[in-house]
Design a protein around this ligand. Structure first.
Ligand SMILES: *Cc1c(COP(=O)(O)O)cnc(C)c1O
Length: 429
């Protein structure tokens, strides 16, 4: 006999205005937020306070590696918190040691340091570079234009975008920027004060631009020749998002000499904790003991709770073969997006990316695009996609990023393409 299930109670309270008011009155307005208040999620779906469902292809900006409310993460949080949440870095504990071992195993011979965010991971690498160059009076780090390295004072000094620096001058000394993927520009920029080079394997905030194989290999040679540290900010493009643990591993696949490539330092965060705030950096063996006792630290870094979650995420990624899924789902999305770009050339100009890190570049000046003309096209398109039931992340004026969970299914990817087409087709002159 068919069971009679009562209809769910109608949602009568629109809490959005109330929540927004709390923010307007009490939260520093440093973020441009969308008009959405979210209450819960499951996998690649999020629900707003009105009960409306959204396909989440933004993944909390490349953070939610296993999607929302993954039972394995919940279990790791609950079980570890029954044992130990925090003890400080005055003592040893097993989860931090095991996580460091796992990351070293995935990258190469070296050691790890744990912090709480991407900016902090980069700060650690900048301090490493200064320590490395100190006795020779070298301190400078060269980064690239359109890079993003975080919002601390050193982070904004390192970031190759003026908009993050504006109003916070004087800029911290010791950072200069050169065009990305331009080896000659990097070589020319090196001065007697240079200690390191930092790049993203795939520029994220800058609009999803992968480094070329020639650039990566050339930088390695250049750094060896000039005795510089080669530092990679893998905060966004790392953790299997590209279809390999590190984006440089993916970019250099099948390239002669690619297997031997290793940078000297790698910063990580975002997907590392899957939403539990944490960051880390790895430093290659010859330099792994430069930051000796007392030279660097943070109270919360690598807590038993954070490390238990990160270890669980690595375990699920391996068990559920999410490295291969990121590659296959990413390829599926990219092929679908290329088809959309061909069908609607007046709207979509270009699509690019590796694995589940994809950028969709829209044509400049799409006619009659709805929304506040004072807002960028990327923001207006994001609003239209929200209305159609999908979350994406804007980058720059005209790029939308897809940074979904690594366990995104083929069905969900297909749904994303359909929603995008429904919005794009409306604006194809
Ligand atoms: C997000 C990001 C950061 C900063 O990380 P936070 O956790 O926000 O401090 C640094 N570098 C890159 C490439 C990023 O994408």
């Amino acid at each position: 006999m068919k069971e009679i299930v009562p209809a769910p109670p109608p949602i009568v309270r629109n809490q959005f205005e109330t929540i927004r008011e709390l923010f307007t009155k009490n939260v520093v307005p440093s973020y441009g937020r969308f008009d959405l208040a979210l209450s819960h999620g499951s996998g690649s779906y999020l629900f707003d306070v009105n009960g409306r469902r959204y396909l989440d292809l933004g993944g909390g900006i490349a953070v939610c590696a296993l999607g929302h409310a993954h039972p394995a993460i919940t279990e790791a949080l609950v079980e570890q918190s029954k044992q130990l949440v925090h003890i400080s870095n005055l003592y040893y504990h097993e989860p931090q040691g095991r996580l460091a071992q796992a990351l070293v195993g995935l990258i190469g011979p070296g050691k790890c340091f744990f912090g709480n965010s991407g900016a902090e991971a980069n700060e650690g690498l900048f301090k490493l570079a200064r320590k490395f160059g100190h006795d020779e009076g070298r301190f400078e780090v060269i980064t690239t234009i359109n890079s993003f390295h975080g919002r601390t004072l050193a982070g904004i000094a390192a970031t190759g975008q003026d908009k993050v620096k504006k109003g916070f001058e004087p800029t911290m000394p010791g950072f200069r920027h050169v065009p990305f993927n331009d080896l000659a520009a990097m070589r020319n920029a090196i001065s007697p004060a240079t200690a390191a080079i930092m790049i993203e394997g795939i520029q994220g905030e800058g609009g999803v631009t992968p480094a070329t194989p020639v650039y990566l290999l050339g930088l390695r040679t250049l750094c060896d020749e000039k005795k510089l540290l080669l530092l990679m900010d893998s905060v966004q493009c790392g953790h299997f998002r590209s279809g390999r643990f590190q984006s440089f591993q993916r970019i250099l696949e099948g390239v002669p000499g690619g297997d031997a490539f290793l940078p000297d330092g790698i910063s990580m965060a975002k997907s590392l904790g899957g939403g539990f705030p944490m960051g880390a950096f790895w430093v290659r063996a010859p330099y792994a003991d430069l930051l000796s006792a007392g030279t660097h630290g943070t109270t919360y870094g690598g807590s038993p709770l954070a490390c238990a979650v990160a270890l669980k995420i690595l375990e699920v990624i391996e068990q559920e073969k999410l490295e291969a899924n990121a590659r296959a789902a990413g390829e599926f999305l990219l092929v679908g997006l290329e088809r959309l770009a061909q069908t609607y050339p007046g709207v979509i100009q270009n699509v690019r990316g590796l694995g589940l890190m994809i950028g969709i570049e829209f044509a400049a000046g799409i006619p009659n695009l709805p929304g506040d003309p004072g807002k960028s096209q990327a923001v207006r398109l994001t609003n239209l996609l929200h209305a159609a039931g999908m979350l994406v992340i804007p980058a720059g004026a005209s790029v939308l990023r897809l940074l979904p969970a690594l366990n995104l299914t083929r069905g969900e990817a297909g749904e994303g393409l359909r929603i995008l087409e429904s919005v794009v087709s409306k604006h194809a002159g």
